[in-house]
Write a protein that binds this ligand. Sequence first.
Ligand SMILES: N[C@@H](CCC(=O)N[C@@H](CS)C(=O)NCC(=O)O)C(=O)O
Length: 214
Amino acid sequence: MKLYSFFNSSASYRVRIALALKGIDYQSTGVNIRIGQQNTLEYRQLNPLGLVPALVTDEGASLGQSLAIIDWLDRHYPQVPLLPADETERMRVLEIAYAISCDIHPINNLRVLRYLSDELHISEEAKKRWYEHWIQQGLSAVERLLHSNQSGEFCVGTSVTLADCCLIPQWANALRMGCDLSGYPRCQAVYDACTRLPAFIAAAPENQQDKIPA
Ligand SMILES: N[C@@H](CCC(=O)N[C@@H](CS)C(=O)NCC(=O)O)C(=O)O
């Protein structure tokens, strides 16, 4: 199995966490999105969206969209399930995962931030405000979801799920962008619990072969 990813892409990070939790052996290929490698014809044959990650299975099928990849992994490698069998827990996991991956992440993606600068000529300061605004709005909703789930160590229930695979990378990105995250103690506690686990450490941006020194 081959994963095309970028070290500090949060969508790639979600999939790396899932692969590590399940103990799946895979080959990793770096796609440097800062210099546009996601837009080459060769890469777009794997993922026509021009976004990382993409997974190529042992049978040669290629798949984009981190959540679809994790769903596929969960069905083919059911050890350490990331989508709970219990219907209520599954619903709560998907609610958090979609809140992050559909409502927070896409508007702060690289191509959106570049469009703000390059086409709309927005200043660096205004772009930072944009980023922070959507992070604060999105994470305050996630914080409320975590409280109403009365979750323990993780986002939902007593084990790691897809929701944690989405929250930790988004949180790491917000930290990297210098956002004030002091208002989200439940999210912080989940981040602290997850980032102590070996799978999350193995999947972290700073531990990837394609890491570009700051
Ligand atoms: N919904 C997609 C989002 C993928 C995505 O936005 N990837 C980002 C990195 S986190 C990317 O490739 N950005 C390149 C760009 O914006 O040009 C998924 O979950 O896989």
